[in-house]
Design a protein around this ligand. Structure first.
Ligand code: FMN
Length: 426
């Protein structure tokens, strides 16, 4: 049932995407987008931009679980049952630990599949705008694509109206494992639109949104939050979300004002305090740059899993144990060439884009992130790339060949003790 629904969605999506803005084997005309200058504008900068078969998503294989899971929306379950149900669902998904964070224009289907191939256990979609999603079919088809291998999948929305979000969520619930509410976007566009981290100023509205979703959807609701400057406020916030029906909480350990991830270290001890204060599964986000960070974070915070964003863009093989040169400094004697580099990953990604078309602006963004260091050594190749108003896969594969001919040697490394986890499925 699920696979039929998925392939139906995917085929429908492909059909309507072929005629506009999407990367396909055909040449597409697009203005070149330059490398992101201002992350503040990039993040969440997307304003213009069938009900689940109950048994397929919510019935656990364990017969003890099924009493909890059958039935459906969580609304009328007691608090205790909701917590048990949250854990049963998490367990049914295989308790994913290594998760691709939501990233506007960057955690789209081919990138998610690439990360899954290299060790990611689950992934979030980019944030989708709930109102536009309900109103605009083209937006839906362009911005949300998925396929059978793309699970577990968390579909993220921004919203400030419970009814609108419910309508948007109902459209995606057959194709995902959580509907996620973005409560973390700190950017100007979110302030203007009154969503993301700006809902931290209106907690009764947040509560109403989560309650509405949790009591009407078949699929569980998750939330991604930022921390408050005051720890007790953060704890109260997390408990409120849990009481409202949130089944999974991802905590980005930075405040709304700490926008620059490179400048501000994520506060793992605040994440640990949240983990101790609630009973639903919790995920940590912030400062996950290689597998040592993953292990330290899991140990320090006690959370179920971690999300990574910025580092994954440069190194989608992070969760398989690979690291860029930046993260082996001082440990060179314990590391070796992993026989994989960012150009290999780009080629993998491009092949996935040929199979699952996405807007060219997303491909451009990934090229800059993956080959940023290579372009520093050979800026003329970057200039040539930026000068292309029409991108083609042929040009992109050719560009990789040119870099190879220039003998750029920039491998990803692995620690001697680490066995890379690469899946052949994705
Ligand atoms: C390009 C980009 C786009 C992002 N878009 C979203 C988004 O759509 N939704 C969201 O909740 N967070 C978004 N974020 C924030 C990340 O999910 C994550 O919370 C943040 O980058 C901290 O994780 P990191 O330290 O691993 O980068 C985005 C981050 C980046 C770099």
């Amino acid at each position: 049932m699920r696979s039929l629904s998925n392939s139906h969605l995917y085929l429908k999506t492909i059909f309507s995407l072929r005629n506009s803005f999407m990367a396909s084997s055909f040449t597409q005309t697009l203005k070149p987008d330059l490398p992101p200058q201002d992350l503040d504008d990039l993040l969440c900068s997307h304003p213009q931009k069938q009900r689940q078969d109950e048994s397929s998503s919510l019935t656990g294989s364990n017969s003890n679980d099924s009493k909890l899971l059958l039935g459906s929306p969580t609304g009328y379950l007691s608090g205790e049952s909701r917590i048990e149900r949250a854990w049963a669902h998490w367990t049914k998904l295989g308790r994913p630990k290594l998760i691709v964070a939501p990233m506007v224009d960057n955690s789209e289907l081919p990138f998610r599949l690439l990360c899954r191939k290299y060790g990611a256990d689950a992934a979030y979609t980019p944030m989708l705008h709930s109102r536009i999603f309900t109103e605009n079919e083209k937006y839906r088809n362009m911005e949300f694509t998925t396929c059978q291998e793309d699970r577990p999948l968390f579909v993220q929305f921004c919203a400030n109206d419970p009814d609108v979000l419910l309508e948007a969520a109902r459209r995606v619930e057959p194709y995902c494992d959580y509907v996620d509410l973005n409560l973390g976007c700190p950017q100007r566009i979110a302030r203007r639109g009154n969503y993301g981290a700006f809902l931290m100023d209106n907690l009764p509205l947040v509560k109403a949104i989560v309650e509405k979703l949790a009591s009407n959807l078949q699929v569980p609701v998750s939330c991604k939050i930022r921390i408050f400057p005051n720890l007790q406020d953060t704890i109260n916030y997390a408990r409120m979300l849990e009481d409202a029906g949130c089944s999974l909480l991802a905590v980005h350990g930075r405040t709304r004002d700490e926008k620059d991830g490179k400048k501000f270290r994520a506060n793992w001890s605040a994440i640990s305090a949240v983990k101790n204060a609630v009973r639903i599964p919790v995920l940590a986000n912030g400062n996950i740059r290689h597998m040592e960070d993953v292990n330290n974070c899991l140990q320090e915070t006690g959370v179920e899993g971690v999300l990574s964003a910025e580092t994954l863009l440069e190194n989608p093989a992070l969760f398989a144990g690979f690291r860029t040169a930046e993260w082996i400094e001082g440990q060179e004697e314990n590391t070796r060439d992993g026989n994989l580099d960012q150009a290999d990953l780009l080629v993998d990604y491009l092949k996935l884009c040929e199979k699952y078309p996405v807007p060219w602006r997303m491909i451009r963004s990934h090229v800059h992130k993956l080959l940023g260091d290579w372009f520093k050594i050979h800026p003329h190749i970057r200039e040539d790339f930026n000068a292309q108003s029409k991108l083609t896969f042929e040009f992109l594969y050719n560009m990789v060949e040119r870099l190879r001919e220039l003998q750029v040697k920039m491998p990803l490394y692995i620690k001697d003790s680490h066995v890379p986890a690469i899946s052949s499925n994705a």
